[in-house]
Design a protein around this ligand. Structure first.
Ligand code: ACO
Length: 392
C-alpha cells in the first residue's frame, strides 16, 4: 500500500472478484426470439453477447462467488468483515436482503448487511457509502458487491430492451488504513422526476402482483431508451468532472475511466465530452451487455486482469441508471499489482470456514425450531413462564 501516512483513515480496495453465469447468449441466438439482427445490436449498442443465469442461479449465488474471489485476493478471513452491501435491482427476494443471504453463506458473523437500490449507479453509491463509513473509523473491512440477474426481469418479447441486458456480479473488499490514497472523492445524485423512464412497474406497493399485472407484462423492465441515452451522455461527463474537482484533480490526471457499461455510443460520447482518448476508457460491454450494478465492478476486475491498472494510477468510475441516479468516484490505486498469491494456510482456512458457515446456518435454523418448540412448552401466550403443577 502507498507509503505516505495520514492522521485519518482512508478506504482502499484490497480485493476484487467477479462471477458470471456459464451460459452465453449471442446476438445471433436473440434473432430467434425477436425481430432483430446481430448488425443492429452491434452498431447501436456495441454488444455481441451476454451471460444468462441458469435455473437456480441467483443474484445471491453470483454475489457469493464474486465475494469469495475478492476475499481470496484480499487474503482476508470472512469473519473479519464488518459490513456487506449488495447493490442490486434484482435481489433474490424483496426481503430479506440479498446481502443477508451472502452474509450467512460467507459466515461473516459480525457483519452488518443490507441491499442498496440505485439502478446501475448502485455499485458506486455503495462504494462511496462504505468508504465514508471506513474513513469515519466506523468499520475496518467492508465488502461491496454489485450483482444482477436482469434476465429474470427482461421482457424477452421486447426487442428494444431484451438485447441490452446480461447477468453477473462483481465485488471489492475495502479496508481502512492510514495510508493515503484509495477512494478520494465521490459524487452521488438523483432526479426522481425521471423515475418512469426506467421502471419495473409492478410487484411493489403501487401495483402489487395480480393476474392483470402479469398478463400486462408489468413485471418486466420498461425503458424510454432515447431519453435515458440523452441523460447518460450528459451526466457521465458532468459527474466525472465534479468528482475530479472535489479531489483537486483534472481530467488529464486520470489513468483510466471505468464507466457504466450500457452502450458503447454512450461511453464514446462521454469520452468525447471529457476529452479523453479511447485508450484511457475501459469497455467490456461487447461480452457482457449491460449488467446494471454489476457492470462497473466487473469492468474494474477485467481492467486489473488485463494489466490496465498500476499502483498510484488515478481511476474514475462513473455510473447512471434507474431513479434516475448517477454516481462517480475517484480512486488512487494504492496496491502494488499483481498481488502476491494468498497464503496457503489462509486459503485452506477460508475453505473450511465456508463449510463451517453452511453447517452453522443449518444448525441455527434447526435451533430456531427447537427453541420455538421449547418456548411453547415452557411459556404461555403472553411470554410468561408456565407454572408447574395445578393452580389452587
Ligand atoms: N433490433 C432492431 N431494431 C430495433 C431494436 C432491435 N433490438 N430495438 C429497437 N429497434 C428499432 C426501433 O423500433 C426503431 O425503429 P423505427 O425507427 O422503425 O421506429 C429503430 O430501431 C430505432 O430505435 P431507437 O430506440 O431510436 O434506437 P436507439 O438508437 O435510440 O437505440 C437503445 C436504442 C440501444 C436502447 C439506446 O436508446 C440506449 O442505449 N439507451 C440507453 C439505455 C440505457 O443505457 N439504460 C441504462 C440503464 S439500465 C438499468 O438501470 C437497469
Amino acid at each position: 500500500m502507498a507509503n505516505r501516512q495520514d492522521s485519518h483513515h482512508h478506504a482502499h480496495i484490497v480485493g476484487w472478484g467477479m462471477a458470471v453465469p456459464d451460459h452465453v447468449l449471442t446476438n445471433g441466438e436473440l434473432t430467434a426470439l425477436v425481430d432483430t439482427s446481430d448488425e443492429w445490436i452491434r452498431q447501436r449498442t456495441g454488444i455481441a453477447e451476454r451471460h444468462i443465469a441458469a435455473e437456480g442461479e441467483t443474484t445471491s449465488n453470483l454475489s457469493l462467488r464474486a465475494a469469495q474471489a475478492a476475499l481470496e485476493v484480499a487474503d482476508l478471513d470472512p469473519s473479519h468483515l464488518d459490513l456487506i452491501i449488495v447493490a442490486t435491482v434484482t435481489p433474490d427476494h424483496i426481503f430479506p436482503a440479498t446481502a443477508c443471504l451472502v452474509q450467512d453463506a460467507l459466515g461473516a458473523k459480525k457483519a452488518a448487511a443490507f441491499d442498496l437500490s440505485a439502478g446501475c449507479s448502485g455499485f458506486v453509491y455503495s462504494l462511496s457509502l462504505a468508504a465514508d463509513l471506513l474513513a469515519a473509523d466506523r468499520y475496518r473491512n467492508a465488502l461491496v458487491i454489485g450483482a444482477e440477474t436482469l434476465s429474470r426481469i427482461t421482457d424477452w418479447t421486447d426487442r428494444s430492451t431484451c438485447v441490452l441486458f446480461g447477468d453477473g456480479a462483481g465485488a471489492v473488499v475495502l479496508q481502512a488504513s492510514y495510508a493515503s490514497g484509495g477512494i478520494l472523492s465521490s459524487v452521488l445524485g438523483a432526479d426522481g422526476s425521471g423515475g418512469d423512464l426506467l421502471i419495473l412497474p409492478a410487484g411493489g406497493s403501487a401495483h402489487p402482483a395480480t393476474a392483470e399485472t402479469v398478463s400486462n407484462r408489468q413485471h418486466f423492465i420498461q425503458m424510454q431508451g432515447q431519453q435515458v441515452f440523452r441523460f447518460a451522455t450528459r451526466i457521465i461527463a458532468e459527474a466525472s468532472r465534479q468528482v475530479l474537482d472535489q479531489a483537486g484533480l483534472k481530467v488529464e490526471d486520470v489513468s483510466l475511466f471505468v464507466p457504466h457499461q450500457a452502450n458503447d455510443r454512450i461511453i464514446q460520447a462521454a469520452a468525447r465530452a471529457l476529452g479523453v482518448s479511447e485508450d484511457r476508457v475501459f469497455s467490456n460491454l461487447e461480452h457482457y451487455g449491460n449488467t446494471s450494478a454489476a457492470s462497473i465492478p466487473i469492468a474494474l476486475c477485467e481492467a486489473i486482469e488485463q494489466g490496465k491498472v498500476k499502483r498510484d494510477d488515478l481511476i474514475v468510475c462513473a455510473g447512471f441508471g434507474a431513479g434516475l441516479t448517477w454516481a462517480a468516484t475517484a480512486i488512487r490505486w494504492s496496491l502494488p499489482l499483481p498481488v502476491p498469491a494468498p497464503s496457503r494456510r489462509m486459503t485452506v482456512w477460508r475453505w473450511l470456514h465456508y463449510r463451517w458457515a453452511r453447517y452453522r446456518s443449518w444448525w441455527r435454523r434447526l435451533w430456531r425450531k427447537i427453541d420455538a418448540h421449547l418456548f411453547q412448552i415452557l411459556y404461555d401466550q403472553d411470554g410468561r413462564r408456565k407454572r408447574r403443577g395445578r393452580d389452587v
